[in-house]
Design a protein around this ligand. Sequence first.
Ligand code: GCU
Length: 387
Amino acid sequence: MRMIPLILITALILILSLEESDANPLPPASHLPVIKEFPDPFLMQSGKRLTTKREWNARRKEIISLILGYEYGHMPPPPRNLTYQLSSTESTLDGTATLRKYLLEFGAKHACKLHMELLVPNGDGPFPVILTGDGCWGEAPLQNEIIRRGYILAQFDRTEIAPDSPQRDIGVYPLYPGYDWGSLAAWAWGYSRAVDFLEKLPIVDKRRIAITGHSRGGKTVLLAGALDTRIALTNPNDSGCGGAGSFRFHGEGSETLASICKVFPFWFSPNLQQFTTEVDRLPFDQHFLTSLVAPRALLLTDALGDAWGNPSGTQLVYLATKETYRFLGALEKLGSWYRPGEHAHNAQDWAALLDFADFQFFHKSHPDDFSGRSFPNEPTAFTWKAP
Ligand code: GCU
């Protein structure tokens, strides 16, 4: 007898939650207004503009639902059953560090597997961490320097989580059917699982976890850092279109929304396709995504010769993001850094990240210019200001 009300209540909750999601689908692009400049991140969907910092959390939720709904797709909840095994340890870098290899297992029936390698400085820690999922592209540079500055370098291969292809029958996709996520969201979800793991290790300084990635890996870390508030510092490198580059404003020769949707549709939610000829109907631009990182630390690193990566359109996103950091009283947490040269994640980029991390985490001074003004003649992409 006592079971019946419980069953009824559960059914009612299910019906209500289904109705709620059905009743409020995001409108199609054709029903959205044309907005030629960057949309105002401080304007709530109700039409009311934010006035106090305390209202930001509610707006943040609205922005997350726009970004996931139209751009990247939705992710499953954290699995909460992650286990790991240490498979080997080895002294390395002339005895200054230990390489520890782990196997992580999580998700339904522990079917998701992820290999992680940690390069750990000698000593007890806890150490701050630089985490990257770009293991598929080879080893990170500057390993001696990372260790010398007292950081753990944690590396994994994001393509173990999901392939960099349209294939949907491998990686996490078959384990979580029914999600509209593309590879960028799946990879970002993988970053959060790596953080689940790092948080379990006593040698890790949980308040000082930084993530970095390049190009498609940069788009990934920006999404991961936007959503996962355990990540203290986010560094997308040359992330361009679908990363920190604007969809609306481009420098000459830069990748467009139409182009990325044609060549890499599987990186995104299928919903993004409807904007290929209607970019100005997007209810956001990428400054909405970067703003989700605030007030945590965010460093955009870009190359002036990387025309395809839209360095000037990234500066506009940076300037718009500054308004959110100003609003939240965290301007010193935001940085943008440009170097001459081509599309790459090179030692210079890594050194800039280490300087920025030393500054953010340990208040160390640095020689770098993190004020991001490399294109003085760019048009203003927005007319609003932080409230
Ligand atoms: C392609 C793609 C870019 C991406 C880059 C990369 O050039 O068009 O959006 O950033 O690959 O990941 O290297």
